[in-house]
Design a protein around this ligand. Sequence first.
Ligand SMILES: Nc1ncnc2c1ncn2[C@@H]1O[C@H](COP(=O)(O)OP(=O)(O)OP(=O)(O)O)[C@@H](O)[C@H]1O
Length: 354
Amino acid sequence: MIRFESVTKRYADGTVAVDGLDLEVPGGGITVLVGPSGCGKTTSLRMINRMVEPSSGRILIHDRDVADRPPAQLRRSIGYVIQHAGLFPHRTVLANVMTVPRLLGWDRGRARAAAMESLEKVGLTADQARRYPTQLSGGQQQRVGVARALASGPEVVLMDEPFSAVDPIVRAELQDEVRRLQRELGITVVLVTHDIDEALSLGDMVAVMRQGGHLAQFAHPAELLAEPADDFVATFVGRDRGYRALGFVDVAVTPSPVLTARLGESVPAGTGWVLAVDEVGAPIGWADATGWGGPLTDSRLHRLGTLAPAGASARTLLDAVLSSPSRRGVVVEDGRVVGTVGADEVLRALGTLR
Ligand SMILES: Nc1ncnc2c1ncn2[C@@H]1O[C@H](COP(=O)(O)OP(=O)(O)OP(=O)(O)O)[C@@H](O)[C@H]1O
């Protein structure tokens, strides 16, 4: 959908930032450009909306050369999100988000409605819309940046290190949000990051670039982990790639029934591990009824491990097992316990995969 054809960018001082890049970004997904500092990610991204002009080669969106479109018009049709949101400080949040619709010539009412809708999509309120950017947290400002990029309903959104300036928790929330919005709106997102974990968790496809603006590998995250094209990619992808690859592996393991009890219910001595559940069947903790019996109380409970949703990846299942005091991973559906799995079952299922 976005095609780089032998694209090279040589800056005026002779720096070759991108060298003969051939890349086909599929429509309707998230494609991540990742690589070490200075490998040409930002330059590649900015050539899509003509903020940087290629020295040779061409870039096509829907088979149409971007060079044939006036830069200002092209940029209005493509959303753009940058690291520190890049908001106008002296304009309200709403006015910021209305910018592109207004530039497109929409009347005030239509632009305002589109901006409010867009702000709502990223979880911001009408009250926040009236404020100035500095009156919001860094994470909220970044949401405004995303809302602004989406306000005119672009098909393509470019994001340059959009989450690097926020803390890890906000970052994870924003990543989820972008994933959700991409699916909901069916847009094509091209995102630049230097963080391989972000690339692997967000990307439907990941382009790993290396110094000198060369493409090292373009693949699905699971393939990058399982079959890095060369030593550079293997090193860049990092340690634990065998284990991390399990995050993309589905295994057929049927959860076994587990003994559950509500608080106050009597548990016979010698029962072993019992999973405490609340009134709707959601797990609340484990109790070890090996050496005692009697009513189950709060004080008997050990902390739950992580929970694996039904159909979770091998990595999530194993994590549920390893973090559980009973060494049985709890599988839930709609928050309710459906059963448990053991490490041996997950490993056996993995062993039968090709
Ligand atoms: N305007 C410019 N003039 C000259 N050289 C430039 C210019 N912009 C970028 N470069 C150089 O081009 C190369 C690629 O830069 P680019 O910003 O595209 O890399 P990047 O992978 O996005 O890096 P980072 O992760 O550090 O932002 C670097 O060597 C950089 O110094």
